[in-house]
Ligand binder design. Structure first.
Ligand SMILES: [Zn+2]
Ligand SMILES: [Zn+2]
Length: 317
């Protein structure tokens, strides 16, 4: 069986390619995501636990059990043995529930990311499913010391853990992820963003432009990008290689404001990926707002380094 790697909100795991990505919601602190195939599903639910209000894994599992029991009584299903296992360096409590589908549910607490995690597998036939469940659980990671990998829908890239998912839309034809790192002190506000987008069936949708990225960025994309990042003007500043593609680099900057000075810099790379028939466009930006008397400026070298670190981690096919 072929597996793909999923990276999302600090989680990293393998899932069979045949299981499609069904839904996701929330953010790093609280969220849910689910994959489905004809014969099984896999869901992850996570919730931040404040050290002061922390509940133990047992408490969370019992509360869950109570809820399920109520439902199950009506459906005449049963709950089977509880077991303890290790997942991603944590002790997990496992529970199996039999209703119209068989379910295995795992509860664990990740002290590194301060999250209570519930993994839920549902399947028709355990014999066929055992191998899959083993593979998912063995590969499952809920924390890391390094970068966070974002990997879904056939692409992946890595970003520092301080960048959080603040916006996304996965529509037919266009997928957008926006990650942000924000630092606010009494006098300054710093905001760094990674805007990762792709457009599918590019050869049909952008029939005239897809082979000419300069034309596509100027005629199509930058007009759209200006709605998000006001008044930026891009100019071509060089070339880079991204996942084997030759990619033009565009950069822009802007300073505005009198009493509060706001400066921003942008770097954009856009390319057509033949293998996926997608146009990808990635914009990395930094904005700094300070009162006029403060002499703080954006560290361009650090920005360049961050931008390179991100673009060099991109896998588009
Ligand atoms: Zn963990
Ligand atoms: Zn590619």
């Amino acid at each position: 069986m072929k597996y793909s790697i999923i990276g999302w909100n600090g989680f990293l795991f393998k899932i069979p390619e045949e299981a499609h990505f069904a839904t996701e919601s929330g953010d790093f602190k609280n969220g849910y995501m689910r994959f489905e195939s004809e014969d099984y599903f896999f869901g992850i639910k996570w919730e931040e636990m404040h050290p002061k209000k922390k509940r133990s894994v047992d408490e969370v599992a019992s509360a869950f059990l109570k809820k399920v029991e109520k439902k199950l009584k009506k459906r005449k299903a049963s709950i089977q043995a509880k077991k303890k296992i290790r997942i991603s360096e944590h002790n997990a409590l496992s529970l199996s529930v039999k209703s119209e589908m068989n379910e295995c549910i795992y509860f664990m607490f990740c002290e590194k990311s301060q999250r209570m995690i519930i993994l839920n597998f549902g399947f028709k036939d355990l014999l066929n499913f055992k191998e899959i469940m083993k593979e998912v659980l063995l590969s499952f990671r809920c924390h890391s010391e390094e970068l966070n990998q974002w990997s879904i829908l056939g692409f992946s890239f890595s970003a520092p853990q301080s960048f959080l998912l603040v916006e996304r839309s996965m529509m037919v034809g266009r997928t957008t992820l926006l990650l942000r790192e924000q630092k606010i002190t009494p006098l300054t506000e710093s905001r760094k963003e990674i805007l990762f987008e792709y457009f599918s069936t590019a050869n049909v949708r952008f029939e005239k432009e897809y082979r000419d990225m300069e034309r596509w960025t100027k005629k199509v994309y930058f007009k759209d990008l200006k709605k998000r990042y006001k008044k930026i003007k891009f100019k071509e500043v060089g070339e880079e290689e991204v996942n084997g593609h030759h990619v033009k680099v565009n950069a822009g900057s802007r300073i505005s404001g009198i009493l509060t000075k706001s400066s921003s810099i942008y770097k954009n790379v856009s390319w057509y990926c033949e293998e996926q028939n997608r146009i990808y466009s990635v914009t990395i930006s930094e904005q700094l707002s300070t009162p006029f008397f403060k002499k703080k400026v954006i560290d361009r070298e650090k920005f360049e380094e961050l931008a390179r670190q991100i673009t060099s981690s991109i896998k588009c096919h």
